[in-house]
Design a protein around this ligand. Structure first.
Ligand code: 5GP
Ligand code: SF4
Ligand code: MG
Length: 457
């Protein structure tokens, strides 16, 4: 998911949030929403689909609106339903509150059950609602204290943007799983965003990343920082750099492009494949493929064309929809691959279904050999922290060896970047500050049984 927020006395907060969400669209295409306040009232506009579909006719608007938060979603917990769209909005004894969440809580089920036993009613099936209820039930006097008390009870990955009638609040979990940064526009408006690429779009300057465990509060008095939860051993999601984030973003001081390009270079060094051309599986494989070509000296060439007018196929929640979507999405360029030994670079293999179809497509287009090079190690373990790879039996590398995967996808050879190669691809970040659990089973947070069995169906 992606989150965005604006506090501004001079600019159109609704419009800026819309533009910000547009730039974060790659983080989720299932639903989008924007909540606004004028200091007295709060309103939210949410719907299923892409940002430009949801807000085709109008943006939420109030005469004196000055704070907005927004969300784009792809589901990790809770199904793809209108009721599960965000930002959530609620009235409670302290006033009005709206909240949007990127990440995944690992103890939401337990908290939810205990709240339900105490009579709390839930309207959605997303773990985000647990946080709203904890805040609403807190007996502390200020919103800052209420949030700090609530967040002490939750575990897992969470980047939150919270809006009250007079404050924009952003906070990041103590491990720093998901990215979150702060920016400021020329006119002095505060902006918070999942990724820095959205700051560029609204003309805001990057100020800094929100620190793990930190809560920042923006209001008419400026920005205040609180240590919300004690920071723990850092575990930023390496998958943001491999696949999820946009290459024009910088997360915690590490350029996504630089890391991804280096992954391609490391992959070329490790695989030592000879071939006539390097092609990418667009768009997610582009940066690594160019790094591969740069390092190997083998020419980079466009071999697959992507239809730009459809969303990410992985994100379509059912398998049947996914199948059609692949064919709709990619096509081989016969002239480019005919008679060639093709090195096909992609960022990751999850289920292996897309890759299998693409290999077949390239052969049909006349490729002599297809060597698949993947710029991340095999994903053998599910993610419980907000990336949708939680269904373990669907992960091809959970049950198959590299050779079996090669056979399954029908490639002449298959090479995955090693974990060491992946670590060495970080050009400025410390490799020890990352989570690699989906590759090495070393989960930074211990999981409740419920999370593991619940997600492992
Ligand atoms: P597969 O061959 O495993 O079916 O598909 C691999 C492709 O899925 C890669 O090109 C990768 O970019 C894409 N993909 C799309 N969404 C996701 C996601 O959320 N996680 C991962 N790991 N890969 C995804
Ligand atoms: Fe990222 Fe993988 Fe860790 Fe999930 S398990 S947070 S996808 S590195
Ligand atoms: Mg891809």
């Amino acid at each position: 998911c992606g989150v965005f927020g604006v506090f501004s006395r001079t600019e159109d907060v609704s419009m800026l949030t819309y533009l910000g969400l547009y730039a974060l669209q790659h983080r989720g295409q299932e639903s989008a929403g924007i909540a606004i306040t004028d200091g007295a009232w709060m309103d939210v506009n949410r719907g299923m689909g892409l940002v430009n579909e949801v807000f085709r006719h109008q943006l939420p608007h109030m005469e004196n609106q000055y704070i907005a938060i927004g969300h784009v979603r792809y589901s990790t917990t809770g199904s793809s339903l209108l009721a599960n769209t965000q930002p959530l909005i609620a009235n409670y004894c302290g006033g009005k509150i709206s909240l949007a969440h990127n990440g995944n809580l690992t103890n939401a089920a337990e908290i939810r059950r205990s709240l339900e036993e105490q009579g709390t009613i839930f309207q959605t099936s997303i773990d985000t609602e647990v946080i709203v209820n904890l805040i609403a039930r807190s007996r502390k006097s200020t919103i800052e204290e209420k949030i700090i008390e609530s967040v002490a009870q939750i575990k897992g990955a969470y980047c939150l943007t919270i809006m009250t009638e007079n404050k924009l609040i952003a906070l990041r979990d103590p491990q720093g799983f998901r990215p979150l940064c702060i920016g400021k526009t020329e006119e002095g408006s505060w902006v918070v965003s999942s990724e820095s690429c959205a700051l560029d779009v609204v003309g805001a300057e990057f100020i800094r990343d929100v620190k793990p465990g930190e809560m920042v509060v923006m209001d008419d008095d400026g920005l205040k920082s609180y240590e919300c939860v004690k920071p723990q051993k850092r575990a930023s999601c390496i998958f943001e750099y491999i696949y999820f984030a946009r290459p024009d973003s910088t997360i915690d001081g590490q350029s996504v492009h630089a890391a991804r390009f280096m992954m391609g270079r490391m992959l070329a060094r490790e695989s030592k494949f000879k071939g006539d051309i390097v092609i990418s599986v667009p768009d997610s494989g582009n940066t690594a493929a160019s790094g591969f070509a740069y390092e190997s000296g083998i020419p980079y060439c466009e071999g697959l064309i992507k239809n730009r007018y459809i969303g990410r196929t992985f994100i379509q929640p059912t398998q049947k929809k996914r199948d059609t979507a692949v064919r709709l999405k990619l096509n081989a360029i016969k002239e480019a691959v005919k008679g060639k030994s093709v090195i096909m670079v992609d960022d990751s293999i999850v289920r292996g279904t897309t890759s299998g179809k693409i290999v077949k497509m390239l052969r049909k287009a006349g490729a002599k050999e297809v060597h698949m090079c993947v710029s991340s190690p095999p994903i053998g373990y599910p993610c419980y922290y907000g990336i949708d790879t939680s269904v373990r039996k669907e992960l091809i590398a959970a049950t198959k060896t590299v050779e079996e995967i090669r056979e399954y996808i029908g490639a002449d050879s298959l090479h995955f970047l090693s974990l060491e190669g992946l670590r060495a691809s970080l050009t400025t970040a410390n490799p020890d500050d990352m989570c690699y659990a989906c590759f090495n089973n070393a989960y930074p947070i211990e999981m409740s049984k419920e999370t593991v069995t619940g997600a492992d169906k």
